[in-house]
Design a protein around this ligand. Structure first.
Ligand SMILES: NC(=O)c1ccc[n+]([C@@H]2O[C@H](COP(=O)([O-])OP(=O)(O)OC[C@H]3O[C@@H](n4cnc5c(N)ncnc54)[C@H](OP(=O)(O)O)[C@@H]3O)[C@@H](O)[C@H]2O)c1
Length: 272
């Protein structure tokens, strides 16, 4: 059996009551980490906690909205009270919206920026003193949408781009403290749950399941996240398309823009 890489490490995974966050929590737990789950829905959190404990993983949860600094602080305090330290913070919280800017209710922008930017920066700020002590890891879960702004996803793309600059600044600021800061640019991933996004009018919209084989599994995303932590690497961009996007965007963003314009129909279909 392969060596467990995170024995006795304490990991907070924000937004782990379902989806990719729960897969990352499970993968870290299977490799020996003690897990602090987080989300705003207690029922879902209990389900994930039960799944983890049934596999012999030590897991607790903190129900709270991490886009509120006080609750982000309480999440860190809860991890410290329960396990005595914080080694790993995975900033996985992220929500998306659908619609062109011209059609968006202003509340949509607020919701997306609040969860994706403040919901990522506040848990980081709150956990930093402990992460400095443990010389730990902070991972930001970003997206291919953070490489070049995508149509119909402008608030989401912009919020993920904001994370890029936070990561850049933090890496320099925390270098002397030996805190590792990394970022995973996730490609389109399977949906095995009723994943919700924010519709143009601000209401919730449930996404249809995505065609298997054409998208990543949540386990693939989780393994890439674990590898970044283990190797203390800076960045990984998933899939060939993601990497081509990076290269073309570096050569000229106009290339990516014209590809996106030509494939607008396909693209809009995929992002439903
Ligand atoms: N799925 C994809 O195809 C894909 C592609 C690229 C990048 N990503 C990124 O991967 C991450 C996870 O995506 P996902 O598809 O797994 O999302 P998801 O299924 O919608 O899950 C999001 C999780 O975050 C929690 N959450 C949202 N806002 C929160 C807040 N303010 N405070 C605390 N918890 C909050 C949700 O729980 P509650 O609602 O119960 O609070 C849920 O547990 C996101 O950062 C996303 O941008 C996903």
């Amino acid at each position: 059996m392969a060596k467990k890489r995170f024995i006795n490490k304490v990991a907070i995974v924000t937004g782990s009551s379902r989806g990719i966050g729960s897969a990352i929590a499970l993968a870290l737990g299977k490799e020996g980490a003690k897990i602090v789950l987080n989300g705003r829905d207690e029922l879902r959190l209990k389900e994930v906690q039960t799944e983890l404990t049934q596999q012999g993983i030590e897991a607790v949860y903190y129900k709270g909205d991490v886009s509120d600094f006080q609750q982000a602080k309480e999440l860190s305090n809860f991890a410290l009270q329960t396990f005595g330290k914080i080694d790993i913070l995975v900033n996985n919280v992220g929500i998306s919206s659908r619609g062109y800017l011209a059609d968006l209710d202003p509340s949509v922008l607020e919701q997306v920026f609040k969860s994706n930017v403040f919901g990522t920066i506040f848990p980081t700020q709150a956990a930093l003193p402990s992460l400095r002590q443990s010389k730990g890891n902070i991972i930001f879960i970003s997206s291919l949408a953070g490489i070049h702004g995508l149509p119909g996803l402008s608030p989401y793309s912009a919020s993920k781009m904001a994370l890029t600059s936070f990561v850049e600044s933090l890496r320099i600021e925390e270098h002397a403290q030996q805190v590792h800061v990394g970022m995973l640019q996730v490609a389109m991933t399977e949906i095995v749950h009723n994943k919700e996004v924010v519709a143009a009018d601000g209401s919730k919209q449930v996404l249809a399941p995505r065609q298997k084989g054409k998208v990543l599994t949540m386990q693939q995303v989780a393994q890439d996240c674990l590898s970044l932590i283990d190797k203390r690497r800076y960045k990984k961009t998933q899939t060939l398309i993601g990497n081509l996007n990076l290269i073309f965007n570096r050569i000229s963003p106009l290339i990516v823009e014209s590809i996106l314009r030509k494939n607008l129909h396909k693209f809009e279909e995929n992002s439903k």
